[in-house]
Design a protein around this ligand. Structure first.
Ligand code: NAD
Length: 469
């Protein structure tokens, strides 16, 4: 495996910058990389570069753009191990899971390379003498601003879709996974004409500067607070895929051990750092005691990877501590362990109420807050409440309850009897505070294009001049 950290250190050694991102490994606090923060002038420069490359890229044949994205996928495949290793080093994800994230990113690039040339408008039924069309056109310059929790997969989706539809891209990866973003940018940009994909590095300040530049579309995957701040900062079109507070509804007729397995997977996978993680659990009173016992049994034996950093751990713990102070009963976990890194144990809390912040907001850590409900209807109405609308899961043997649940839950994705999963190329269409627009699937191509309606008539046939006399 190539030593990317050393390569990056060499590349940055001669750079003069006012600010640096210093990234440490959340498992042991050891330094990983030091990357210069892009200055304000250089952010504007990156957008100007993207603008200058925009016309030619928009005129490049869709098949050629797709071929470049497909070659970029080959480039990522050749560096799969390095990308996975950097992900692990920067955000703590176990190597196997990091590899799966990279594989998902490669598959997404290939998927958009296939879908790009097939993306089309339609012809309209106009008059015989006219041609009436709806033609999707590239928007122009796209800013792609991404999070750290699945850094390769999420970035590849947005970058791939933006490129195949003929946009040039300014990419700002998360400041919490800067080396992963740096390598990803390099591998994709290598296959593209100069200026088609540029990179800016930094945190909120750099992101805020970027979104105030003259752009044609902004795609942000990240927290709701950031998404809303971007929306306020600009009149440019913004696609937002933001946070969630996903409920899990457990009906009275399911096997409590299986339901607990589902709950543990949903709440603790990736140490709870998944946008569609289970964030609050409503369990029917008839099976609540055995469900809780089974959930605790599973949580207690988990040896979780660390959270991305101590800043996130402090936030997670503050929500847990507030809930305990407000009456939640700790079944396991709930304490910051001694020692290096940003570890936090799988935590199960019983007796949680809607007044607690961790039931109303996204926690983004390995926490399973449980609330007992007297009926499926009560659980459904509590699950349907709140400002977020990302996803929800219902576990039930009742066809009627499943039907009611998917109809009633005001979210973009409903899962019945499985916390994760879904078919390839599934889009996501979050509601409320969770976002705006399609973040994935073929529909993302629509977000990166603007439709032009064309009505075209032949000029009138010249009439012969009337003969004199
Ligand atoms: P974040 O919003 O803090 O950061 C995401 C990106 O936005 C980063 O690159 C960051 O630097 C940038 N940013 C921060 N402030 C900005 C500003 N004012 N203007 C412009 N850019 C700014 O989110 P995060 O902590 O990196 O990621 C975790 C969040 O992402 C969670 O809320 C999670 O649910 C969400 N997420 C959502 C999805 C989805 O598909 N809905 C997928 C993954 C993660």
């Amino acid at each position: 495996m190539r030593d990317i950290e050393r390569l990056l250190a060499e590349e940055c050694s001669g750079v003069r910058a006012e600010e640096w991102i210093e990234k440490t490994d959340p498992a042991d606090d050891s330094p990983v990389v030091r990357i210069p923060v892009t200055s304000a002038e250089a952010v504007s420069g990156a957008v100007r570069t993207a603008r200058a490359a925009s016309r030619d890229w928009a005129r490049t044949a869709p098949a050629d753009r797709a071929a470049a994205v497909d070659r970029a996928a080959d480039g990522l495949s050749a560096y799969q191990e390095e990308l996975a290793w950097l992900t692990k080093r920067e955000m703590g994800r176990p190597l196997d899971e990091a590899r799966a994230g990279v594989a998902a990113g490669i598959a997404t690039l290939r998927q958009y390379a296939q879908l790009g040339p097939a993306h089309r408008g339609r012809s309209l039924a106009g008059a015989w003498s006219a041609t009436d069309l709806m033609v999707p056109e590239p928007r122009g310059v796209a800013a792609v601003i991404t999070p750290w929790n699945d850094p390769v997969a999420v970035s590849c989706g947005l970058i791939g879709a933006a490129l195949v539809t003929g946009n040039t891209v300014v990419y700002k990866p998360s400041e919490r996974t800067p080396a992963t973003g740096w390598l990803l940018h390099r591998l994709i940009a290598e296959e593209l004409p100069d200026g088609v994909l540029t990179l800016v590095n930094g945190g909120a300040e750099v992101g805020d500067r970027l979104v105030r530049e003259p752009l044609d579309v902004i795609a942000h995957v990240g927290s709701t607070a950031t998404g809303l701040s971007i929306r306020r900062a600009t009149t440019t079109k913004v696609v937002r895929e933001n946070g969630g507070n996903d409920p899990l509804l457990v009906d009275e007729d399911v096997d409590p051990a299986w339901a607990a397995e589902q709950a543990a997977t949903g709440a603790f996978a990736n140490s709870g750092q998944i946008c569609v993680a289970v964030e609050r659990i409503y369990v029917h009173e008839r099976i609540a005691a055995s469900f809780l016992a089974e959930l605790v049994k599973r949580a207690e034996v988990l040896d979780l990877a660390p959270l991305v950093d101590r800043r996130l751990r402090d936030e997670v713990h503050s929500q847990v501590a507030e809930a305990i102070a407000a009456g939640a009963a700790v079944q396991c976990g709930g304490e910051i362990p001694a020692g290096p890194g940003a570890f936090y144990p799988a935590t199960v809390l019983a007796g949680c109420t809607e007044q607690m912040r961790l039931m109303r907001e996204e926690t983004f850590g390995p926490v399973a807050p449980v609330s007992v409900v007297a009926s499926f209807e009560e659980g459904l109405s509590r699950a349907a409440a709140g400002e977020y609308g990302l996803a929800a899961t219902v576990l039930t043997g009742s066809l009627r309850h499943a039907q009611e649940a998917w109809r009633e839950l005001p979210v973009g994705t409903v899962k019945v009897n499985s916390v994760f999963g879904g078919a390839p190329a599934g889009a996501a269409h979050p509601r409320g505070a969770s976002g705006d627009g399609y973040g994935y699937g073929p529909e993302l191509l629509d977000e990166f294009t603007a439709t032009k309606v064309v009505h075209w008539e032949a000029p009138p046939v010249p009439q012969p001049a009337p003969q004199a006399g």
